[in-house]
Design a protein around this ligand. Structure first.
Ligand SMILES: Cc1cc2nc3c(=O)[nH]c(=O)nc-3n(C[C@H](O)[C@H](O)[C@H](O)COP(=O)(O)OP(=O)(O)OC[C@H]3O[C@@H](n4cnc5c(N)ncnc54)[C@H](O)[C@@H]3O)c2cc1C
Length: 401
């Protein structure tokens, strides 16, 4: 195990180094307590591996989180593999159905066609999922401590630098710090993250009987003149807070009701983060002139706290970089637009795969590098295949004319 020390040893940088080694046991640091990083941490804890997660945000609920994520067999399989069974049962209780053939309609709700059927899978609220992924990790997750950089040490370990000037040494740093990843910028400075043109808005409206009729299955695509609207239904099988009280009382889930999540994409420049939603909504409403009144009302009744402008991005493929004590996972390496519903599923798949290869290395006591390289090669192949598929399906998000 690697010993920690609180004394700053590098003049000028305030860096605190922990270098004293006692015995050889794997230590992993994860940058980012998002979907992928937390799933990895859960799996590593189950495997008895020493893991610590550093998160930039001050708390789990400190920024907009509550949109629907459609979990497929990869995402659900990864969660089943990494979460303790009792937390997986809780997750199962608070997901919603995800099956059927999404409709494509025009602005008057006249059906134009049906998209390919989806069988299986489950709809999860990102905020609820993240709370479940945090459960039981305790002080292994430290909020308000961003990873700012790292240095590879001569003995093959990595010294991780934190935003408060502290540092810590680990056998492996996993950059699970999302699309703006500080770890990726250091490891792969030439990797390109591209903004998708267009102005996307992510709305959330409480699910009522009237709005439920807009989405008979789990999704509806509205193709209107000059803009598209994608509607997704998040209907909790059981209210999250009540389900947690019954199934895992130590877990506090948000008191949230079912909702419709919708994404509108307009031509033109992105609205940008931080814009006031009421203003954004009031600019959108005149563009829906002549649309079915239920669609107009859906926008009018959007929840100002849980709706926001959205920037769609993707990463261009990168070749394998040569394995060291630093790797990447999820959006940090393969960001993709949500058009194929694959970003979180791929991040979860990465987490489960990396957990599996690390666990095998930990149990055999050898081959950390080989384990990481095996993960990286497999992850790069399916991760960038998912980016390509998401880009192919992007036209569903963009205006029809
Ligand atoms: C509207 C919308 C709908 C979506 N729908 C789907 C869907 O249906 N299915 C699907 O699979 N995916 C979907 N996605 C994509 C999915 O949300 C992301 O791909 C997924 O959250 C990526 O997980 P991650 O763990 O890689 O990154 P994130 O979940 O983004 O987590 C990264 C974490 O790192 C933290 N962080 C950032 N920088 C630092 C730093 N320097 N140090 C420490 N911490 C840091 C961040 O605060 C954050 O908590 C959707 C996305 C959007 C926007």
């Amino acid at each position: 195990m690697i010993e920690r020390s609180a004394a700053p040893v590098r003049p000028g940088t305030m860096l605190v180094l922990m270098t004293e080694r006692e015995e050889r046991s794997m230590k992993v640091i994860v940058a980012g307590a998002g979907i992928g990083g937390l799933c990895l941490a859960q799996g590593l804890v189950r495997a008895g591996i020493d893991v610590r997660v550093y998160e930039r945000e001050p708390a789990a609920d400190s920024r907009y989180q509550g949109f629907r994520i459609a979990l497929n067999e990869h995402g659900l399989g990864a969660l089943r593999a990494c979460l303790p069974p009792r937390l997986y049962r809780l997750l199962d209780a608070v997901t919603g159905p995800l099956a059927g053939r999404p409709r494509v309609v025009d602005q008057h709700l006249t059906e134009l066609r049906r998209l390919d059927p989806t069988d299986g899978g489950a709809a999860a609220d990102r905020r609820v999922l993240r709370e479940i992924l945090l459960a039981g990790l305790g002080d292994r997750v430290e909020f308000a401590r961003a990873v700012t950089g790292y240095a590879e040490l001569p003995d093959g370990t990595v010294e991780v630098h934190l935003s408060d000037g502290a540092g810590t040494v680990a056998d492996l740093l996993v950059g699970a710090d999302g699309v703006g990843s500080a770890v990726r910028r250091r490891l792969l400075p030439d990797a390109r993250v591209v903004d998708v043109p267009g102005n996307s808005l992510l709305g959330r409206t409480p699910l009522t009987e009237r709005f439920a009729a807009l989405v008979p299955d789990f999704g509806t695509l509205v193709q209107g003149p000059g803009l598209t609207m994608l509607l997704g239904r998040m209907e909790f099988r059981r209210p999250p807070r009540l389900a947690a009280a019954e199934l895992a009382p130590e877990v506090e889930l948000p008191d949230t009701d079912s909702y419709l999540r919708w994404v509108v994409t307009l031509p033109g420049q992105p609205t940008g983060p931080g814009a006031d939603w009421a203003t954004v909504r009031d600019r959108l409403l005149p563009l829906l002139d002549g649309w079915h009144p239920d669609l107009v009302e859906l926008v009018r009744r959007s929840d100002v706290v849980n709706s926001a402008p959205l920037t769609l991005r993707y990463t261009e493929p990168v070749p394998h970089w040569g394995t060291g004590p630093v790797t990447l996972l999820g959006d940090a390496i393969h960001t993709m637009p949500p058009s194929a519903g694959q970003g979180a599923n791929t991040a979860l798949r990465d987490a489960a795969l990396l957990c599996r290869t690390l666990t095998a290395a930990h149990r055999s006591g050898t081959g950390l590098r080989e384990a990481v390289e095996a993960y990286e090669r497999e992850m790069l192949a399916y991760g960038f295949a998912a980016v390509a598929e998401s880009l192919e399906r992007l036209p569903d998000f963009t205006p029809s004319r």
